[in-house]
Design a protein around this ligand. Structure first.
Ligand code: IVH
Length: 669
């Protein structure tokens, strides 16, 4: 590799890693395994060392991936929240040990902790009361998710022990037990929601949920692994951990002090299999220097402590034969290749299928039919193919070529410049796309039609009873009753729920139509700028893009949708069924009962949902904010308002108003 090539590779790796960081930390949807990610980081580190002229302080090798989301308020971490160096082999652990022994005085003792796979959290307690709970964020500042953390039953909100410091920080990993994760995904599948890939993503996603009552329903747990503060009570990490455990924080009972690196290696080996019996996902062992003084002596790099390292277990792999590749068409027309495998045992389950992501992946693996392939399951529910043993390939076997036509409707597939996926452009007549649109239409945030799930939509579609969302409003109970697993009761419930949906407010109707790029927020904006569907339909590009938030991409998607005669037909039929095609215009929409007021919502409510209260605030000219400050006008409080929120409110003299008083105030009682 010459210098120019190195530069190019470095830049490419940085970009690629940043994109993987975004998928992992922001979207909670990683597409590569930790091992593959670590390979990329290693390669970049090696190149940066060899070519220091291309150093860059914002390289992903020097900073931690960020999980910051704009919906939350951020606070600085008092102590930076760093990452850990990691390794997959024992020799590197021995190197770590000898390096360390050279940099500190005296003999070294290690603490071995299982590395739980969830989302890290840093909680500050002041005078025994939980004050803030921050995510790792970018390591310097994190998102304040206190309201969500307070819903976790096993984390103490108030401590009454006599031996607690005035101010201290505990850090740990927020987790979702494997069993809860499986149950949650089952429920999500029934509701037609996207599935979480693994317990870690489910935990991290839940922690960033805006509605704390949803968080409360998810049974999160938290395992703590460090105590921070000025003048720590004990001089060793282990003793401090035990103290924290005595205060009521969960600390893993398997944590062990080891007197040599060989003893550490024994611990790691012993847990490789045993860890699978634990109720939580673990992906390795964290090894830390026990003495706090020696930790300070060893110090830190920009990204991680020199006194700790993570040993990561490799994801389990199995070797099996690739029988064929089939192709699935998603709701938006995206085509995903799926490998059909000779069934093989992997991590306790039989694997028959594996995901292949896209055409590039097939090309990179150079897959042939009948190839022996390595499948890997890294905590994910869907295993993936990570390699091919081409030495045993049969000469005559055929290379896999990505299909050119949609397997569902036969239309030629399209792949846009710069995009990884192929998609079927037959938006109007391709069955999975039609069903996907209907499922979107009946969703909770759209028309909220109860009793109709993915399965029933499938049945109704296959029997020819629905072809578009408008057909729903022509359904009769006697058409439903004969369907599989349907009784008179469920049929009646579906019909009445369809009837009720005509009163759904106009902005949700706009969202329900499923116009590409028109999500919930854009739909709301459109509904208040264009208070009737006719106005929206006749708005030209210029008028559309004049609206804040609406750019040319959204505008052209709206124009294209309404230009389609079939969509116009759907609109007229929905209108005839009595669905709301008008709302209230922006200016007259807003009352001014709450004009200029900033309101924080906290607790659990009985008369309206939290989202409805947000709407009422907006409708009355107020602003909803997520955290209490000097600018807060008042707090709309339901039951179980968190004690620290209450305390903060009292401290700042912010008024607390109940549900009824609030509704009277806005005339919405
Ligand atoms: S110590 C400065 N201990 O792993 C020390 N981290 O890859 C950094 N993790 O962000 C953290 N179990 O989310 C530590 N026993 C443990 C852990 C642990 C899981 C997570 C944590 C951290 C990540 C680092």
């Amino acid at each position: 590799m010459n210098q120019a090539e190195a530069k190019e590779r470095i830049e490419r790796l940085r970009k690629e890693i940043e994109e993987h960081n975004r998928k992992y930390y922001i979207l909670n949807q990683p597409v590569i395994s930790d091992f593959e990610y670590d390979l990329l980081i290693n390669e970049l580190e090696t190149l940066e060392k060899k070519y220091p002229e291309f150093a860059n302080p914002s390289s992903p090798t020097l900073k931690v991936g960020s999980d910051i989301a704009k919906e939350f308020r951020q606070y600085e971490h008092k102590y930076p929240m760093l990452s850990l160096g990691n390794t997959y082999n024992f020799d590197e652990l021995r190197d770590f040990d000898s390096r360390l022994r050279k940099s500190v005085t005296g003999d070294v003792e290690y603490v071995c902790e299982l590395k739980f796979d969830g989302a890290s959290i840093s909680i500050t307690y002041i005078n025994g009361v939980m004050f803030t709970a921050l995510t790792r964020g970018d390591g310097t500042k994190g998102d304040d998710v206190s309201a969500n953390i307070r819903t976790i039953g096993s984390i103490p909100a108030v401590l009454t022990n006599s031996d607690i410091p005035g101010e201290f920080i505990v850090r740990g990993e927020v987790l979702l037990p494997r069993a809860v994760f499986l149950r949650l995904n089952e429920e999500r599948e029934k509701e037609g929601l996207n599935l979480f890939a693994n317990p870690r993503n489910a935990a991290a996603g839940t922690l960033k949920t805006l509605d704390s009552s949803v968080v409360a329903s998810r049974n999160l747990d938290c395992m703590f692994y460090s105590l921070l503060g000025e003048d720590l009570p004990f001089s060793t990490h282990y003793e401090n951990l035990m103290l924290v455990s005595g205060w009521g924080f969960k600390v893993d009972a398997n944590t062990k002090v080891c007197r040599s690196i060989e003893e550490v290696i024994q611990f790691i080996t012993a847990w490789e299999e045993k860890r699978k019996e634990l109720p939580y996902e673990t992906d390795g062992v964290v090894i830390k220097v026990n003495s706090i003084d020696q930790q300070a002596e060893a110090g830190y790099t920009a990204k991680s402590p020199r006194w700790a390292i993570a040993y990561k277990y490799k994801a389990e792999q199995a070797l099996t034969r690739l029988l064929s590749v089939s192709y699935q068409v998603g709701r938006t027309g995206t085509v995903t290749p799926v490998a059909n495998l000779d069934p093989v045992q992997l991590a306790g389950t039989t694997v028959k299928r594996a995901s292949l992501h896209n055409a590039d992946q097939i090309f990179l693996l150079d897959l042939h039919i009948n190839d022996m392939v390595y499948v890997e399951k890294g905590g994910e529910i869907i295993p993936k193919i990570v390699g091919v043993d081409s030495s045993v390939r049969d000469e005559s076997s055929m290379r896999i070529e990505f299909i050119e036509k949609c397997p569902e409707c036969g239309t030629g597939l399209v792949r846009n410049e710069g995009e990884a996926n192929h998609y079927c452009p037959n938006y109007l007549h391709c069955p999975p796309q039609i069903k996907g649109r209907i499922e979107h239409f009946i969703g909770r945030k759209a028309m909220d039609i109860d009793g109709l799930g993915e399965e029933t939509v499938d049945l109704l579609f296959n029997r020819g009873l629905i072809r578009t969302v408008a057909d729903l409003y022509d359904l009769r109970a006697e058409q439903l009753v004969p369907l599989e697993r349907m009784g008179e009761k469920s049929a009646a419930r579906i019909i009445s729920s369809i009837k009720e949906s005509v009163s759904v407010p106009y902005h949700r109707v706009v969202f329900a139509l499923g116009i590409r790029h028109v999500g919930e927020t854009v739909a709301k904006t459109l509904a208040s700028e264009f208070p009737s569907i006719d106005q929206l339909m006749s708005a030209d590009n210029e008028r559309l893009t004049a609206v804040n938030e609406i750019g040319p991409r959204i505008a052209s998607s709206i124009k294209a949708w309404f230009a389609d005669p079939e969509n116009n037909e759907i609109i007229s039929r929905l209108r005839a069924a009595g669905i709301k095609m008008t709302g209230v215009a922006k200016s007259s929409d807003k009352g001014d009962a709450l004009k200029g007021k900033t309101i924080v919502i906290s607790g659990i409510f009985s008369k309206h949902t939290r989202d409805e209260y947000k709407e009422i605030i907006e409708r009355n000219g107020g602003k909803n904010s997520s955290s209490i400050s000097g600018n807060t006008s008042f707090i709309l409080a339901g039951d179980n308002m968190g004690p620290s929120k209450r305390e903060k409110a009292e401290e700042l003299g912010v008024k607390i108003i109940g549900e009824d008083e609030f509704l009277l105030m806005t005339g919405e009682f």
